[in-house]
Design a protein around this ligand. Structure first.
Ligand SMILES: Nc1ncnc2c1ncn2[C@@H]1O[C@H](COP(=O)(O)OP(=O)(O)OP(=O)(O)O)[C@@H](O)[C@H]1O
Ligand SMILES: [Mg+2]
Length: 199
């Protein structure tokens, strides 16, 4: 197995599962958390990720869940042969197109009444033909406008910080792909104002 990613919460290994290229995502212990609480959080996020990945398949492209090992806090996912959108944007590649596609994907997700809760350009993968969305550990069901708008505010903030050079281009294309109407745009503004006031 080859380690492909080491994050704060998880390590990801490239592997083969019954002849199929896959990734093993293992949620690692956080020593600053109370041990019992830590086990609970890891188990919840693991199960939530598997459940959500299956649930959203009709709306957005996500890797198939091949296997799950709750004892080791591991989920086995179909390998996506692609680039992180983050890296493509760093190279200035397909900026508008990717923005539009990300917006369209998030809109489809929200129409299913699912909030991703961790929208970043590292959680979108581009395989040369299709856009994939991953990392559903924090996703939840909600039909509230406030929750959908918050999903977008988090993404916008991340975009501004990590992709300041192409921010406007990506964000405008994203809103176009999302087909954002007055209602959600107003809500985004309201949340941003509230955040500013609280700072
Ligand atoms: N199915 C997959 N195929 C190929 N690469 C993947 C796949 N899943 C994840 N990756 C790669 O591993 C990186 C980290 O994965 P992921 O976003 O799921 O973990 P994470 O950000 O640590 O998750 P969490 O926020 O739940 O702790 C991704 O940005 C991507 O580059
Ligand atoms: Mg991630």
């Amino acid at each position: 197995m080859e380690l492909i990613y080491l994050g704060a919460e998880a390590e990801l290994w490239k592997d083969v599962w019954l002849g199929i290229p896959c990734v093993r995502k293992r949620r690692i212990a956080k020593t600053y958390r109370h041990p019992e609480l830590d086990l609970k959080i890891r188990a919840t996020r693991l199960k939530n990720e598997a459940r959500m990945l299956r649930k959203v398949r009709s709306a957005v492209r996500t890797p198939h869940v091949l296997d799950m090992d709750t004892k080791n806090f591991e989920i086995v996912l179909e390998w996506v042969d692609g680039d992180k959108v983050r890296n493509l944007l760093y190279k200035g590649k397909m900026v508008k197109d990717l923005g539009r596609r990300m917006g369209k994907a998030v809109k489809a997700l929200h129409e299913l009444e699912i909030i991703h809760n961790d929208l970043t350009t590292s959680n979108f993968l581009w395989d040369g033909e299709n856009l994939w969305l991953i990392d559903f550990g924090l996703a939840e069901r909600s039909s509230r406008l406030e929750d959908k708008a918050t999903d977008l505010v988090v993404f916008k903030r991340m975009l501004k910080a990590s992709h300041w050079d192409v921010f406007s281009e990506v964000w405008n294309a994203f809103l176009e792909g999302y087909n954002a109407g007055d209602e959600i745009l107003k809500k985004i503004e309201e949340i941003e104002k509230r955040a500013k006031y609280m700072r």
